[in-house]
Design a protein around this ligand. Sequence first.
Ligand code: ADP
Ligand code: MG
Length: 251
Amino acid sequence: MMFHMSDIVVENLTKSYGNLIALDNVSLTVHSGEVFGLLGPNGAGKSTLLKTVVGILKPTSGTVRLNGYDIVQNPEKAKEIAGYVPENPSLYTGLTVKEFLEFVGKIRGVSDDSLDVKIDESLKIFVLEEKRHSLTGSLSKGMKQKVAIIASTLHDPEVLVLDEPLTSLDPKTQRFVKEWIASLGRKGVTILLSTHNLDVAQDYANTIAIIDRGRIVAVGGIDSLRRMADAKSDARLDEVFLRLTAESGRE
Ligand code: ADP
Ligand code: MG
């Protein structure tokens, strides 16, 4: 099977909620196959940016293109290209895990045969086979998170957008999901994720953007971020982060 690769290009994106400017002229590019970490304090605009990238929110101004397709002009194309896991995924609590995944897969236009295979495979990878016939409402928070992640990938998206994917997971599952994200990146999936877990960003993201009050205050690999923050070459990302967000606050 031919594997397509897509990039994410955000240009001059502004998003306001009434008087509040949640994103202020944000531009960034996530290259095909890159794991791009969006790092910022609460309220920085991370979730707003991710929702706008997948087309759930409309930009106030500016553009988002997935693989060249403007998400406002080509919403169907955007849905095909991207998978998205929201911050607090809600599952239909009255369906079993399998029923829920079948439902999502059908909406996503996955053919019955490949959907069956994909669901089996995913439940195995995520160690959820035993829960196949359990109601989603009976699952632990971490298991729900895993089901939401599986649901987002049923249509083999070229771009995966994950909003704080590790937040409700135990350390072992966190490690597993981090490895899984990294392996998708190696397969060529373009991954944009938000986190306030600095270790995640440091260990798994090729590129990190630090966002504060709706603005990107720094973008780069960990080494170039250290330089920007004027930090020592072995400075931990949390020091770099605190310096960069403190600087943007003084403007
Ligand atoms: P983050 O995910 O980085 O914590 P958000 O994107 O959720 O930040 O929020 C950015 C800002 O926009 C915050 O000030 C938040 O209160 C505000 N905001 C987010 N969603 C809405 C909404 N639906 N209506 C009004 N304000 C919102
Ligand atoms: Mg958020």
